[in-house]
Structure formats: C-alpha cells, structure tokens
Design a protein around this ligand. Structure first.
Ligand SMILES: NC(=O)C1=CN([C@@H]2O[C@H](COP(=O)(O)OP(=O)(O)OC[C@H]3O[C@@H](n4cnc5c(N)ncnc54)[C@H](OP(=O)(O)O)[C@@H]3O)[C@@H](O)[C@H]2O)C=CC1
Ligand SMILES: N[C@@H](CC(=O)OP(=O)(O)O)C(=O)O
Length: 379
C-alpha cells in the first residue's frame, strides 16, 4: 500500500465550504501534508464573492488569508476539473443531485450528507471502524461506468462514537457474543444543526428531546457500517433503539448506550462483572486499520479510543479534542441490569463526526490506491 502523503499534495475542492462542516474542512486541511484546498463551492448566494466575505467564520483558528481572498464558485462539476478530490459539506436538500452530477463527471467525492448513505453500492465509512468498506469502490466504478471517480459517504455524526464502541466489542465476540440489541440515548451538540442552527432562546437553560430524522439514521446506519463488505454491502442482524436530544453544548455528541449480546453465545456464561471487564479490555485494546503503520495516515488517531476511568467522564468540553478530535472517549463502563453492559461514549461531531472523517477517509482511499491525481488516471 502506498503512503498517503505525496510530495505534491492532492488538490481538494470543498462543496458547502461556507457551512459548519465546510469551515471544519478548511481548518483540517490548512496544514495538511497530503491535501491542499483548491476550490471553494457554495450556493449562488455566496458564489462570486471572496470567501472571507461570504462566510461567517466560526472556527477558533484564523481563516487562512489565501482562502479568504479566494472567490467562491457555484457547485458545478466543470468548475472543479482541477481538483483530485471533492469533499462535500452540502446541505442535504441539494447534496443528492449535486453529488450525482460530480460523480457523473468522474470526480472522487467524499460526502457528509445523508442522501446516498444507504445506497447499496455506496460505502458508508467511519474511518476508524470500517475502512475496509472502501474496497467496494471498484465494484461501484464498474456498476456506474466510472474510470477514476467514486462516491463515499460519512455517517451521521451521532453514529460515529456508537459504531466505534460497537466495533470494539465485536472484536471480542468470541467471548462476549455478537451484539444484537443496542439502546442509545444521545446528547447532541448545537453545531450538529449547522450555523446558525437553533436560537439561543431555544437552547439556553434547556434540552430539546427531538432532532428530526436523527433516530431513524442512528437505528439504520450502524447496521450497514458494522455489516460485512460484499456487493451489495451486507447488513447484520443488529437492532438499535435510539432517542436523540439536543443539549446546550457547542461541539461533541455524547451517547449513553446499553448493549446486549446474543443469548446463545458464550457471553451468557459470563456474569455481568466478567462481561464488563471483557468490554473494558476490548475498548482499551481497540485497534483500527487507519491507525496502523501499514497505512500511515496523517490524521489517524493513536489510540482511536480512550477509556476514561474517572466516574464523571467523558465530558464534551474536556474530552472532545482527544486525538485532535479524531478519537472517541468512553467511560462509565458497567453492568446493565436490562441488557448486558452499559457505558457513555463521546465523539467530536464536526471532526470525527463529519469533516475529519472525510479527510481521514481520503487519506485511507489514497493509501489503498483508490484516490490519485486526476491526470494520473489514463483513460
Ligand atoms: N454539523 C454537523 O455536525 C454535521 C453535518 N452533517 C451534514 O453535512 C452537511 C452540511 O452540514 P452543515 O455544515 O452543518 O450545514 P450548514 O447549513 O452550516 O451549511 C450548508 C452549506 O451548503 C451550502 N448550500 C446550501 N444550498 C446550496 C445550493 N443550492 N447549492 C450549493 N450549496 C448550497 C451552503 O452555502 P451558502 O452559505 O452559500 O448558503 C453551506 O455552505 C449536511 O448535509 C449535514 O446534514 C453531517 C454530519 C455532522
Ligand atoms: N443531524 C445531526 C447533524 C447532521 O446533519 O446529521 P446528518 O448528516 O446525518 O443529517 C445533528 O443535528 O447533530
């Protein structure tokens, strides 16, 4: 496998560059050794204006000067012909059609939007969970008549931490049994709703027990992410019950999870304390392809999962930036009287939950040989 860092960085286009996810892409790519921001796309409202004027910059690091001066373009494939990879942070109301137009023009697209996540030939990849699903790219190219392009999607931001935890437990399935039931209650940050998102009057001194469409995604996406790679991508027998809440936190989605293992497995032989100990070991020892030296991905978190022993952790403000926002934190691992084991998980929703997964997926796709310079692909 090739190293992801090339002498000449790959040129990146960002669709939805003015949004919460688009801004995060810009910060993550600012000093990236393997990618350079080439083109910034947004709606007709922003197009034609310098990015620094079109955007309401909400990142805590300064907007790079060269990008502030760059003119925003509309999201048309022909305006991105000099880009090797396209990162999409488009609003879901327009992402579906725009991304298909880019795919038809043989672009390599990595999307945060929900529109194509469940299509059978589209990999839905949490890079620290199921990077091997990127090997579905050749079948997708064949099916869609693409030469170098592909469409890869990133999961819902609340699903990432949940999936990392489940994948770690699955690594111990010979002892614990297969996960077959999960109850998850999320506490999701305000930035998940984009900028400006919900009003301060709605969010301060409050918790909102509803996020439109979120519970459906949390109940379906992990089933695909944890499924086996095949054509089409196979689903597992997992059942997830989700309840989603919006809480007054800026960044960092937290989730309380209870997990049950298949009754006919060896897990039923373990008492609750023993199963909990195996779960802690599984979390502590979790390794992922992206974090191995074999791929040498610049953004891969090492370790990908932090197990916190303090009784009051993880907390969004204190723990969301672990691994530069690419690592997941888990704490309060304990027996569950209803299912088997319960715990609390935290992931940064706009880094591992969105733009960061986009960047890391691109690094992995490049290391696997699926993402190359546009002119390097001989037709
Ligand atoms: N925020 C998060 O934590 C996560 C978000 N996502 C997903 O990522 C995507 C972006 O989310 P987020 O950044 O929060 O959203 P924002 O609302 O903050 O940004 C949306 C972006 O889409 C652009 N846009 C809107 N309409 C058009 C159009 N007709 N043509 C071209 N561009 C358009 C906007 O440009 P303009 O400024 O010109 O209007 C803006 O750049 C969404 O699909 C979201 O569901 C996924 C995971 C997590
Ligand atoms: N709905 C998520 C963010 C998001 O946009 O997710 P998705 O891309 O799955 O629609 C949140 O509010 O936190």
């Amino acid at each position: 496998m090739a190293s992801q860092t090339t002498a000449v960085p790959l040129r990146a286009g960002i669709l939805g560059a003015t949004g919460a996810v688009g801004q995060r892409f810009i910060t993550l790519l600012a000093d990236h050794p393997g990618f350079k921001v080439q083109r910034l796309g947004a709606s007709a409202r922003s197009a034609g204006r310098p990015y620094g004027e079109a955007v309401i910059w909400r990142m805590t690091t300064p907007l790079p000067e060269a990008l502030a001066a760059q003119t925003v373009v509309e999201c048309r494939p022909e305006d991105f012909d000099d880009c090797d990879v396209i990162f999409s942070g488009l609003d879901a109301s327009v992402a579906g059609d725009i991304e298909l137009a880019f795919l038809a023009a043989d672009h390599c697209i990595i999307s945060n939007a929900k529109n194509h996540r469940m299509a059978s030939d589209v990999p839905l990849v949490v890079p620290t969970v199921n990077a091997e699903h990127l090997h579905a790219i050749p079948a997708q190219r064949l099916r869609r008549g693409l030469r170098r392009g592909f469409l890869v999607t990133i999961s819902n931001c609340a699903s990432v931490g949940v999936c990392v935890a489940m994948k770690a437990l699955e690594a111990q399935h010979a002892t614990l049994g297969r996960i077959n039931r999960v109850n998850v209650v999320t506490m999701q940050a305000i930035s998940g709703a984009g900028y400006p998102g919900m009003s301060a009057m709605d969010m301060l001194d409050n918790v909102v027990p509803y996020i439109g469409g979120e519970e459906d995604k949390l109940e379906t996406e992990p089933v695909k992410i944890l499924g086996a790679l095949s054509e089409p991508l196979l689903l597992t027998d997992l059942v997830v019950s989700a309840t989603c809440n919006r809480v007054p936190v800026i960044d960092g989605h937290m989730a309380s999870m209870s997990v049950g293992f298949a009754r006919d497995s060896t897990a039923s032989q373990l008492d609750a304390a023993a199963a909990t100990k195996v779960a802690v070991d599984a979390f502590t020892n979790y390794q992922t392809l992206a974090s191995t030296d074999a791929l040498s991905c610049a953004s891969a978190p090492r370790p990908p999962l932090h197990v916190l022993s303090s009784a009051d952790r993880p907390q969004p403000r204190l723990d969301r930036d672990r691994g530069n926002g690419y690592a997941v934190s888990i704490g309060r691992v304990r027996p569950c009287p209803l299912l088997d084991v319960k715990f609390t998980v935290l992931a940064h929703n706009t880094i591992l939950g969105a733009a960061g997964s986009g960047v890391l997926n691109a690094e992995i796709a490049q290391a696997m040989g699926y993402l190359t310079r546009r002119e390097a692909c001989k037709h």
